[in-house]
Design a protein around this ligand. Structure first.
Ligand code: OAD
Length: 253
């Protein structure tokens, strides 16, 4: 489906009862944050599969922190794009009927104005103690020592993201599964839909009767399952999709 066809999507007011949006790295691509698996993806340039592990941090905390600082600087220099803004608008239209789940650690949804998205893979700007899990702002830590030490328990402080081989925050993943299970409309945006458990959320929503829309210029394992696949970028498709949802909503009031 192309952009001008979005207005023809067969959405009903009932679809708007409970909307869940799941976003991935493609959501931030038009802000200038490289995706993981695309051309110029961070993984290709920096071999993150070797750096984003507890073992790498234990072996060489300086190297791991240098890499995260590089990514923090790159992300800090970007701005939310019209796709992020459209989702803020969608939240203001739907209120409690709206849930945003993201795999992105860049914090761009929050910077755009989204209200507490579920950040399944953490947030790159959080500093977290590996021992006691307390979090600290940058200025509470001494980055001259490596790793920086926790002011509370002297444990090693690390970026607050999920690494390979680690579990997700149980509260977040439970919430994400519950909301997806109950969804009447599920939007999967800018994700390759190959990393679980996040990739299970749209599948589960669809199995439970949700209308499933995918926004991605390319095909993914989810495409054949989707009721509608919009082969466009998120910065272009989401504003049009939100206009469509606003139109359906206004008919139901
Ligand atoms: P990927 O890099 O795997 O996939 C990005 C997807 O975005 C691809 O399917 C692209 O086709 C699509 N895409 C590219 N540009 C786009 C645009 N402008 N608009 C919409 N879509 C676009 O990223 P994720 O699916 O987010 O986890 O990867 C999932 C997880 O894998 C990441 O969170 C990361 C990694 O392991 C952790 O670090 C724990």
């Amino acid at each position: 489906m192309e952009l001008h066809e979005i207005f023809a999507i067969n959405l009903t007011p009932e679809h708007l009862d409970r909307i869940v949006v799941l976003t991935g790295a493609g959501m931030s691509a038009e802000s200038g944050v490289p995706t993981f698996r695309g051309e110029g993806g961070l993984w290709k340039q920096h071999r993150p599969e070797e750096l984003a592990t507890p073992q790498a941090f234990a072996a060489d905390p300086q190297l791991v922190w240098d890499w995260y600082k590089y990514r923090r600087n790159l992300i800090a220099a970007t701005e939310p794009n019209p796709g992020h803004t459209a989702l803020v608008e969608l939240e203001s239209i739907l209120g409690d009927a709206y849930t945003l789940i993201t795999q992105n650690v860049d914090g761009l949804h929050t910077r755009a104005g989204s209200n507490r998205p579920i950040e399944l893979h953490g947030n790159i700007f959080i500093n977290k103690c590996n021992n006691c899990s307390n979090t600290f702002p940058d200025d509470a830590l001494n980055f001259d020592e490596m790793p920086p030490l926790c002011p509370k328990c002297q444990g090693p402080v690390r970026p607050g993201v999920v690494w390979f081989g680690e579990g997700l925050n149980p509260v977040d993943i439970e919430d994400a599964f519950m909301k997806s299970h109950q969804a009447t409309l599920f939007l999967s945006v800018g994700t390759s839909a190959v990393v679980h458990p996040a990739a299970s959320l749209p599948e589960m929503a669809k199995q439970n009767g949700a209308f499933l829309i995918e926004v991605n210029p390319d095909r993914t394992p989810l495409t054949s399952l989707a009721d509608t696949a919009i082969h466009e970028t998120s910065a272009k498709a989401l504003p049009a999709l939100v206009d469509k949802i606003r139109q359906v909503r206004s008919k139901s009031i």
